[in-house]
Structure formats: C-alpha cells, structure tokens
Write a protein that binds this ligand. Structure first.
Ligand SMILES: Nc1nc2c(ncn2[C@@H]2O[C@H](COP(=O)(O)OP(=O)(O)O)[C@@H](O)[C@H]2O)c(=O)[nH]1
Ligand SMILES: [Mg+2]
Length: 288
C-alpha cells in the first residue's frame, strides 16, 4: 500500500484540542469500530486519556462478528475499563451508557449528594477516529434533551453541554483523533471497513487483503457469496483473484474485482465480520 502520511503537526493540534476538552470531563466514551477495535483507535489514545475513567464503546456491533465482539468486551473489561458493544442506530443497548457512566462515577455522585447537591452531574465526552459513529451516538444519547448548562467556573471557552439524562451531561462536540495508518495492516483494515477515504489507498492491495482474510476466516460465507467450489478454493490467492475477476466479467481487470470485494465486504455480503481478535496484533496499544 502506498504509504499514507501521518502528519505530526496535525496530530499534535488534534491532541491539544482533545486534551483541553478532557480537563472539563469526568470520564470518556472512547468510540471504536467493533469490526476492528484496535486499528480504529489512535495509538496515543491511552496516553492522551491518561487516568480518566473510560467506557470503551464498541460501535457498529451489527456489522461485527458477535463471538469476537464478546471477546473484545471481556478484553477491555480485563484492562479495567467499562466496555459495551452497541449499534448506534438502535436505542436498546445504547441506553445503557448513562447507567454505566453512573456506575463508573458512583463515588463522585455520592460525594456530591453528601454535600447536599440534589441533582448531581457527571460529565463526559466522546472521543474517536473519524467514522466510528461519534456523532450518531451523541445525537442518539441526547435525544431531545438538548440543554445549555452554562460554563463551569474557571472555564473560559464557551462549551455546550447536552443532557443525556438528569445526571449525565455530554460535551456537544466529540474529540476527533486520527488513526495511525502508516502501518500497512492497520491501513488495510481501516480501508476495508470504510474508515478512511477510498482515495488514500490502493484498492488492489485492500481487495487482496479482503480476499485473503475472508477465505481464511469466513470461508463458508466467502465461498457461498461467490459460488466457489473446492477446486477454486485450492487456488493460490493470486489465482483466485484472477478466477473471480474472470467469473465476474472483469476479464483481466483485477482492480475491478478488488473493488468489488471491498464493496461486498462493506455491504455484508460475507456476513458479519471482525478483522482482529485480542492479542493477535502488534498494533495492540495496551499489550506493551
Ligand atoms: N451499521 C452501522 N452504521 C453506523 C453505526 N453508527 C454509525 N453508523 C454509520 O457510520 C457512519 C459514520 O457515523 P458518524 O456518526 O458520522 O461518525 P463520526 O465521524 O465518528 O461522527 C454513518 O454513515 C453512520 O450512519 C452503527 O452502529 N451501525
Ligand atoms: Mg461526526
């Protein structure tokens, strides 16, 4: 894959902005794509969030492999975070986020109550790379409860707080960090799931990654989707790409077949999938 630049200047700016906002919240909703939880995290996320309590939100669970999503939730809980898998477009599990937040902040809420504060408030912000669903989650969580609750003493910048419920307030703008896609494998995962723009990667490389991944990990779904027989599946990756290209009428235009594989993966033609499991990658930020 053509190396994609990861501009240190841009990163520093985004990081500073997020760190400024972090000072105003009690905890963080770190949003990741359940199909690729680690690749869809900024590698400096832990450093940036520091000791702030956090809820790992594995979004787009509707597209991910349910078994692997469970593994990820357990994995993040094992690291001491709250963790929940949701589908931002459906309210049911999403509505557990305020409950988790209150559990995470129980000590603070108790303290406020003991000081006579009748309606304790806890504050959070969403953080994540582009396209993981931050805006969708925020909008869903606040429903119609939009409310300006004014600035905190000592906070100079105008900051809007939105009410998820009587206790949980959310910063109106999510913190956006960039993925680190100068790593080949991370870049391919982000491209296949549509997290990065189609213009910044080579579809032949990403399509081949998809072919290799699905034939290895979701072989039955892949076989069925393309009507392959045992003989086809015995072909090398390269020969299988050629075969598929011809079978689909693209002749020797393999790039078009590669594009088709990417498209089909995103459309769910090979079923729900997850590209990584805990501990199988060098890009695992917590496993140093
Ligand atoms: N299938 C599915 N799509 C989602 C989910 N959450 C968000 N999306 C879609 O993902 C895309 C990016 O979402 P958005 O909220 O704009 O992401 P942001 O860049 O992090 O704010 C949009 O097309 C959403 O409709 C989800 O849970 N499941
Ligand atoms: Mg957004």
């Amino acid at each position: 894959m053509a190396t994609i630049q990861w501009f240190p200047g841009h990163m520093a700016k985004a990081r500073n902005q997020v760190q400024e906002k972090l000072k105003q919240v009690d905890f963080v909703l770190e949003i990741v794509d359940a199909r690729t939880p680690e690749a869809s995290r900024n590698p400096m996320m832990n450093e940036i969030i520091g000791a702030k309590p956090r809820i790992m939100v594995l979004n787009k669970q509707d597209l991910a492999d349910p078994e692997k999503t469970k593994q990820w939730v357990t994995y993040y809980q094992g690291l001491g975070y709250e963790a929940i898998a949701i589908d931002a477009q459906h309210a049911k599990r999403l509505n557990q986020i305020p409950t988790l937040g209150k559990r995470l902040m129980a000590a603070k809420i108790t303290k406020q109550k003991s000081r006579g504060i009748r309606n304790p408030a806890i504050r959070a912000m969403c953080i994540g790379i582009p396209n993981v669903g931050k805006s969708t989650i925020l909008n869903r969580l606040i429903k119609k409860n939009v409310a300006v609750t004014g600035n905190r003493p000592g906070v100079t910048k105008n900051q809007q707080w939105l009410k998820a419920d009587e206790t949980l307030q959310l910063l109106d703008t999510p913190g956006i960090l960039w993925p680190k896609f100068d790593d080949d494998l991370i870049g391919k995962k982000l491209a296949l799931t549509g997290a990065i723009a189609d213009s910044v990667y080579s579809e032949d490389v990403v399509g081949m990654y998809g072919l290799q991944f699905f034939r290895e990990h979701y072989q039955e779904a892949f076989r069925r989707a393309y009507g392959l027989n045992a003989q086809d599946l015995a072909l090398s990756d390269g020969d299988l790409m050629i075969h598929l290209s011809q079978k689909n009428g693209f002749a020797d235009n393999y790039n078009r077949m590669a594009e088709r594989i990417i498209f089909d993966a995103r459309q769910g033609k090979f079923g729900r999938f997850t590209l990584e499991v805990p501990g199988d990658d060098a890009n695992d930020a917590d496993a140093e």
